[in-house]
Design a protein around this ligand. Structure first.
Ligand SMILES: Nc1ncnc2c1ncn2[C@@H]1O[C@H](COP(=O)(O)OP(=O)(O)OP(=O)(O)O)[C@@H](O)[C@H]1O
Length: 234
């Protein structure tokens, strides 16, 4: 049996007029179910491109991508939309909450779109925000907004949680608590989590580390000495 997630010789070339940008070259790696995977690399290395391909938000130029036995890279537009809706939860650097919906309504809306949602109130409680359920995003701190965004992604009960620089807009301590939340959620639910970051220190919290440089995978390894986020300093 293959791995839960597999990238097989993936390349991505962006074409703008006559100009070609090779964002990813021949990337192959695997991620197992329930793992926290940290994809690390400098700005422009190709991290977001990899995440977008895995999340069905962008297509590849060459190669194949598999998740849980399905070939994502063979999906048509309609299948990709269903895949994004049901199988993938997204957490971005800038939360992307809907401003005129409360915290709870933001979570409920995502849950309603999914095939197998979890109870929105329960998930909001799990991220420590029961008391703020009826607040609008503008009434919440950055860290609280990111918690709502994580609750929104988790409430879909996805197969995979994709996080693009989830602490990029947060201060050190708040960022740490958000990462701790992601680590706890993965451990508690067995959810597979992929986090992309430019911060090498965060590799210590991952079960698997994938390092990207100039569009190529330069390192892929299992980490058998995972450190709780609270103990990581950077
Ligand atoms: N839509 C696009 N059109 C053309 N080139 C693109 C496009 N998106 C990304 N690229 C290029 O592909 C390369 C990889 O970009 P990507 O955003 O994946 O890197 P990244 O590692 O996520 O960087 P950052 O940490 O700065 O977000 C870069 O050279 C970028 O300029």
């Amino acid at each position: 049996m293959g791995s839960y997630i597999e990238f097989r010789n993936v390349s991505k070339i962006y074409k703008t007029g006559d100009v070609e940008v090779r964002a990813i070259t021949d990337a192959s790696f695997q991620i197992e179910k329930g793992e926290i995977c940290i994809i690390v690399g400098e700005s422009g290395a190709g991290k977001t491109t990899l995440l977008n391909i895995l999340g069905g938000m962008d297509t590849l130029t060459e190669g194949q991508v598999f998740l849980d036995g399905q070939e994502v890279s063979a999906f048509n537009k309609k299948q990709l939309a269903a895949y994004r809706r049901n199988d993938v939860g997204f957490v971005f650097q800038f939360y992307n909450l809907i401003p005129n919906l409360t915290a709870l309504e933001n979570v409920e809306m995502a849950a309603q779109l999914s095939k197998r949602p979890m109870d929105s109130r329960k998930v909001l409680a799990e991220v420590g925000l029961s008391e703020r359920a009826n607040n609008f995003p503008a009434q919440l701190s950055g860290g609280e907004q990111q918690r709502v965004a994580i609750a929104r992604a988790l409430a879909k009960n996805p197969k995979l949680l994709l996080c693009d620089e989830p602490t990029g807009a947060l201060d050190y301590m708040t960022g740490k608590s958000v990462l701790q939340l992601l680590q706890d959620a993965s451990r508690k639910t067995g959810m597979t989590v992929v986090i992309i970051t430019h911060n090498s220190a965060l590799t210590a919290m991952g079960d698997r580390i994938i390092r990207v440089k100039s569009g190529r995978i330069v390192e892929e390894r299992r980490n058998d000495r995972v450190i709780p986020v609270a103990e990581i300093e950077w």
